[in-house]
Write a protein that binds this ligand. Structure first.
Ligand code: FE2
Length: 440
């Protein structure tokens, strides 16, 4: 391709970047790989100004050295109020959901706003450093003081230069089963929490569960918010609130503004019911979030053998053309004591748990922590490597998404709003003095 002002792509874009004969951009990323092609990417005024070959100079230049450029990673589902508390006041030795709940009840006694702010900010810094620039976090509203809500609303403002944080009002102990659960949920929305949550399978009765879903949708319509329900996070094949969420999505016409998170019971439904339900889900057009690291760990615990995998039907939902994205769910808390917030890890686990090992299926799992997740969060209009969109992108130490997941590649550069905010050097491994790259 021709370089300089004769390049048609370049000419179109030079309106944004030209300062004389040759455009001078704020930033140029050189020699990056995008869909198998070597490209430069230019940034002007915090937005992507040009993508092409032989672009003009940048006041700042970054050499991608042939590595892939990607839109940023996205965290679709995490709990920032519980994060980084593993071992406080004790470790969850059995690793079960129930010991997790009991351990959190002990830790919650000492919860303060400052405590939540410090831990949540720390995890978001870990995530931003690893190229995760959009995060949806649930925040517990079943607390008369709404301590975590106040804290995370502060964090959302304080981290704006690093991460686009979206909060879900999450009634951990129920909307109807916790005293004033509905009022607290609504108060969190009035305070500015972005999305309405729910947990129907944890309400005291099946009827209360169905009613709680309807309340969540009523509030979403009243305050013009998205919905993200913790739905059927159990192995119980009789837990069937996903059909209620689908029905409410169809009734309200909210479509892709609705997300069903976890839906692990879908992995335990018999096929006759699952096939019928799948048709309703297609009709509803809602989003799904699976959390493979935590689902594979917490679900199936009551089984001896055969032991269920406990994840929702990720591959089948994807094959139906429904939008699926992935979350970490918990990072170093009573439910999952491991983790760093690196979104390649849940994508890598999804490949295994969903048996999505086909060449295109692995790439689809990468999409689940990038562009699919942008749809789930409702940020697709400002996400992606396109001219005019905000200059948010990452460079990975891999030629393509398949290899990035295979080797859990290091994110070497993180650019947010046109500014380089993080950089890393991939580990250099030598065997008897000879470099090993783990690539053929
Ligand atoms: Fe969750």
């Amino acid at each position: 391709m021709q370089a300089g002002p004769q390049n048609p792509k370049h000419r179109i874009l030079s309106n944004l970047g030209q300062k004389g004969k040759w455009p001078i951009y704020d930033l140029v990323l050189r020699d990056a790989r995008l869909e198998g092609q070597a490209v430069d990417l230019a940034v002007e005024g915090g937005r992507i100004a040009a993508i092409g070959q032989g672009l003009g100079q940048g006041r700042e230049e970054i050499d991608a050295e042939g590595r892939m450029v990607s839109p940023p990673l996205i965290e679709s589902h995490v709990h920032l109020d519980t994060t980084l508390t593993a071992g406080e006041p004790k470790w969850n030795e059995s690793g079960t959901l129930f010991e997790g709940i009991a351990t959190w009840a002990l830790r919650k006694e000492s919860l303060t706003e400052a405590d939540v702010v410090v831990r949540a900010t720390e995890l978001l810094r870990w995530q931003a450093a690893q190229g995760v620039l959009f995060v949806r976090s649930h925040v517990d509203t079943t607390d008369p003081d709404l301590t975590a809500v106040k804290a995370l609303l502060r964090v959302r403002e304080q981290v704006r230069d690093l991460v686009d944080l979206q909060l879900v009002a999450f009634p951990q102990e129920g909307i109807l089963s916790y005293p004033k659960g509905e009022e607290l949920l609504e108060e969190a929305l009035r305070m500015g929490v972005d999305v309405v949550g729910g947990i129907p399978h944890y309400e005291l009765t099946r009827d209360m569960g169905a009613e709680s879903v309807k309340i969540a949708f009523r509030l979403a319509e009243k305050y013009d918010r998205q919905v993200d329900i913790h739905c059927d996070e159990t192995d119980d094949p009789q837990s069937r609130f996903l059909e209620v969420v689908a029905a409410e999505t169809i009734r309200s016409g909210m479509g892709d503004r609705v997300t069903a998170s976890h839906t692990t019971a879908f992995g335990s439904y018999d096929d006759a019911y699952a096939f019928k339900l799948m048709g309703f889900l297609r009709r509803a057009g809602l989003n799904f979030v699976a959390n493979p690291l935590v689902n594979i760990t917490l679900q199936g615990r009551m089984d001896t053998y055969p032991k269920r995998r406990g994840m929702t039907r990720v591959k089948e939902l994807w094959q139906e053309g429904l939008n699926v994205s992935l979350g970490y769910d918990d990072v170093m808390d009573p439910w999952y004591s491991l983790g760093t917030g690196n979104m390649l890890q849940p994508a890598h686990m999804a490949v295994h748990v969903a048996q999505m090992t086909g060449r295109q299926q692995v790439v689809a799992c990468y999409d689940m922590v990038t562009r699919n997740a942008a749809r789930t969060l409702g940020v697709a209009d400002r996400y992606g490597l396109e001219v005019g969109k905000p200059a948010d992108f990452i460079v990975l130490d891999a030629p393509d998404a398949w290899d990035a997941l295979r080797r859990l590649a290091t994110v070497t550069k993180v650019v947010k709003g046109g500014r380089l905010i993080a950089a890393a050097t991939p580990p250099e491994v030598r065997l008897k003095g000879e470099r090993i790259t783990f690539q053929r």
